[in-house]
Design a protein around this ligand. Structure first.
Ligand code: SF4
Ligand code: SF4
Length: 378
């Protein structure tokens, strides 16, 4: 680690005035999930800002400084509560870029970067990310709306990806022929993601798409806030909630709770669409902290990749918010599903909102088939 470059030079993207806005009031200390877990000043927003200031003055980061900056999940709780209008996750991301430019990259971070550069996905998978597709004819040359699947959904939740594609095809939604990683993991860790972002952008433009639908909170926030392009980005729950009357959902007798992914809820204000879908199907009981107050699952900001134990501890904490008596947790992000499922160790199922929709539609189909069989028998 470390190449001898000056950190100060490599922090040129960071306006010191943004750091100076921090009045050191400490309000953010009460909401940071990482600080609650670790208890150190350097693991909260105020401490991290002090670490960045120190680095801008003195140069070389030690291990503690790197840990301080790379253990932020970018959950945005501190930004929400800060009375001075500071945006700590943004400052932390910029500081991470400075560290990366200066060559301070951990083995885990470097390996994710190398995998994305080599294969276009975070897992280094050589197989097609569209292997889950039951029907290739879904990929059209031109389409007004495309489904951006994401690395995690494509390779680790292919069943949910296939269900989403099946649902979206009813509304004429296509897919990109050669989708690459959206860039979120790289950007959140401070790397440049221009190559895969440009490849996606070219394909979106070539298809003439005006709307991109995503099923991952990380893809959503990246496509919406980092692509600076002229298309609308929707989470799949938004897209389906607007078409709920066309779905012919069947009610299920179960009670679920909903986990708000940080990069969908607090960071982008998408709270109601997934709830509208859930409430059309079954009973929803809110978590102890929900909507803009929702606790982070612990997976974001590269924390799961770089600090797995911390990430799982944060997920365990989030599970404490699950109300008694629910059948499962529903969410709208595969990274949240993965981290919460790992922490739950089989004691609580965590599913995507699309899985719930698919279950409801399957039940409706079974009921219709049952009726027609019953008529035939009669
Ligand atoms: S709440 Fe805002 S102003 Fe107060 S310490 Fe945290 S970042 Fe600084
Ligand atoms: S973004 Fe979240 S994890 Fe990062 S400093 Fe703020 S509250 Fe803590």
């Amino acid at each position: 680690m470390g190449t001898g470059f000056s950190i100060t030079q490599d922090f040129s993207d960071l306006d010191p005035r943004l750091l100076d806005r921090c009045a050191r009031c400490g309000t953010c200390r009460s909401v940071c999930p990482v600080m609650a877990e670790q208890g150190w000043e350097s693991s909260g927003a105020r401490g991290r800002i002090l670490v960045i200031k120190g680095l801008m003055k003195s140069g070389r980061p030690d291990e503690a400084a790197q840990e301080s900056l790379f253990t932020c999940t970018t959950c945005g709780r501190c930004k929400e509560i800060c009375p001075a209008g500071v945006n700590p996750p943004l400052l932390i991301e910029r500081a991470r870029s400075g560290l990366v430019l200066a060559g301070f990259v951990s083995k885990e971070q470097a390996s994710i970067r190398d995998r994305v550069f080599a294969t276009g996905n975070t897992f280094g998978e050589a197989s097609s990310r569209l292997a889950f597709l039951r029907d290739r004819s879904l990929i059209k040359e031109k389409a007004d709306c495309v489904f951006f699947v994401g690395c995690l959904m494509s390779y680790r939740y292919p069943e949910t990806a296939a269900r989403t594609a099946d649902l979206l095809r009813r509304f004429g939604v296509s897919l990109l022929p050669d989708e690459k990683c959206c860039g979120s993991p790289l950007l959140r860790m401070g790397f440049d993601a221009g190559e895969s972002m440009n490849s996606n952008l070219r394909q979106i433009e070539m298809m003439g798409a005006n709307t991109v639908v995503t099923s991952c909170a990380g893809c959503y926030t990246t496509l919406k806030n980092n692509y600076s392009a002229d298309f609308q980005v929707l989470n799949v729950s938004e897209f389906l909630a607007d078409r709920i009357s066309e779905l012919e959902l069947y009610p299920l007798s179960k009670t679920v709770t909903y986990h708000d992914p940080c990069h969908l809820g607090r960071c982008n204000g998408i709270f109601d669409p997934p709830r509208k879908i859930i409430e059309a199907i079954c009973e929803l009981q809110e978590m102890k902290a929900s909507r803009d107050l929702a606790r982070c699952c612990g997976g974001g900001g590269g924390v799961r990749a770089g600090y797995k134990d911390l990430s799982l501890s944060l997920a365990e904490k989030r599970l404490e918010d699950v109300p008694e008596g629910v059948n499962c947790i529903v969410t709208s992000c595969p990274l949240c599903i993965r981290n919460l499922s790992d922490a739950a160790k089989g004691k609580m199922e965590v599913i995507d909102v699309v899985d719930l929709v698919a279950e409801s539609l399957d039940r409706a189909k079974a009921r219709t088939n049952g009726r027609s069989t019953a008529r035939k028998v009669a």
